[in-house]
Design a protein around this ligand. Structure first.
Ligand code: MN
Length: 199
């Protein structure tokens, strides 16, 4: 199988109380795993595509054969988005941005608080399932949201930070209160991981 579910970099309960153990377990072991399985299934007849990395597949999504393009966009996009999501969170993290990305955020948005407010509103305003993003678009930083499996990498932008706002990401603990989930999620942001992507 060309693609594999990455192990969680922490225990299922490590993100408590902001993100509950059962949500993390089902989200990783069931939702994320299913996207990886579905991606591998779609690629089964295509030995040439199996040699490509996930990044290559997504950046070249337009040249993926039409018969599986939607399956690769959806399942490959979700595999990428979830792998990144686990990576940009950590126990005992959060707080204001650090390192080089902190300076870039201040330059682009005026202050960390202004950035946080705009990012939160964008994630909150995503209608239905999707993702909130901080991306590098050429030399500048930008905030955006994508619906369903949308991933900025497919449009040539570099993702730096992501929040999952599909209901499965928060419903067990927060039900319909997406705003509460987003507000507490900031306590999990792993700025070291964001800085690695920024470099
Ligand atoms: Mn998800």
């Amino acid at each position: 199988m060309p693609h594999a579910l990455p192990a969680l970099p922490y225990a299922y309960n490590a993100l408590e109380p902001h993100m509950d153990e059962l949500t993390v377990q089902i989200h990783h072991d069931k939702h994320h795993a299913a996207y990886v399985n579905n991606l591998n299934t779609a690629l089964t007849p295509y030995t040439d595509l199996q040699q490509m990395s996930l990044d290559e597949l997504l950046m070249g999504i337009a040249s993926v054969p039409e018969a599986i393009r939607t399956a690769v966009r959806n399942n490959g996009g979700q595999h990428y988005n979830h792998s990144m999501y686990w990576e940009v969170m950590a126990p005992g993290a959060g707080g204001p941005a650090t390192g080089a990305v902190a300076g870039a955020i201040n330059a682009a948005f005026g202050s960390f608080e202004a950035f946080k407010d705009k990012f939160s509103k964008t994630a909150l305003g995503q209608f239905g399932s999707g993702w909130g993003w901080l991306v590098k678009d050429g030399a500048k930083l930008a905030i955006e949201s994508t619906s369903n499996a949308g991933c900025p990498l497919m449009d040539g932008r570099t993702p730096l930070l992501v929040i999952d706002v599909w209901e499965h990401a928060y419903y067990l603990k927060y039900q319909n209160r997406r705003a509460d989930f987003i507000a507490t999620w900031w306590n999990l942001v792993n700025w070291d991981a964001v800085n690695k992507r920024f470099k």
